[in-house]
Every structure is written in C-alpha cells, then in structure tokens.
Design a protein around this ligand. Structure first.
Ligand SMILES: [Zn+2]
Ligand SMILES: [Zn+2]
Length: 81
C-alpha cells in the first residue's frame, strides 16, 4: 500500500530551505539566514510531483491536506445531490 506524505518546509526568498532558528515573526537570528519568506510543500508519493508554496503555513497545510486526500480518494464521479 502506497503511502503519501507531503512535508512542509520553511524557505528563504531564493527558495532554499530555511532550517535556521528564527524569531516568532520569521526574522533571521543568524547571519547566514536571509529570513523566512514562506513555506513550500512537496508530495513524496510514488510518481507524484505535486508541489505548492505559500507565505502562510496554515494555508499551505490546507492545500497539502487537500492534495493528500486526492491520493486516498480517487476523484469521485459527481453524485447527484
Ligand atoms: Zn534561514
Ligand atoms: Zn501527491
């Protein structure tokens, strides 16, 4: 059974992953950090190339969860309401 996960990472403005410690507002605390610019998520599903990014982690989590659900439930035909 395939498992699908999509990890959310904090990224800098140039798209590189930010693993630095940051202040609660996303400001850099080390010289080699350019500060938090947003978040990006990438699906690790088999053959899946889904990625998405957003400045808000909560918004990205919503998108990520929506995407993961598409793996669990194949697109269903519209049920007549
Ligand atoms: Zn950083
Ligand atoms: Zn996927």
């Amino acid at each position: 059974m395939a498992r699908y996960t999509a990890t959310i990472k904090a990224v800098h403005a140039d798209g590189t992953e930010c693993t630095h410690k940051r202040t609660s507002t996303g400001k850099a605390t080390t010289p080699d950090c350019t500060g938090l610019d947003g978040y990006t998520a990438r699906c690790r599903g088999n053959g899946c190339t889904w990625t998405s990014s957003n400045t808000q982690k909560t918004a990205l989590e919503t998108l990520r969860n929506q995407h993961l659900r598409t793996h669990l439930n194949p697109p269903a035909p519209n049920r007549s309401a």
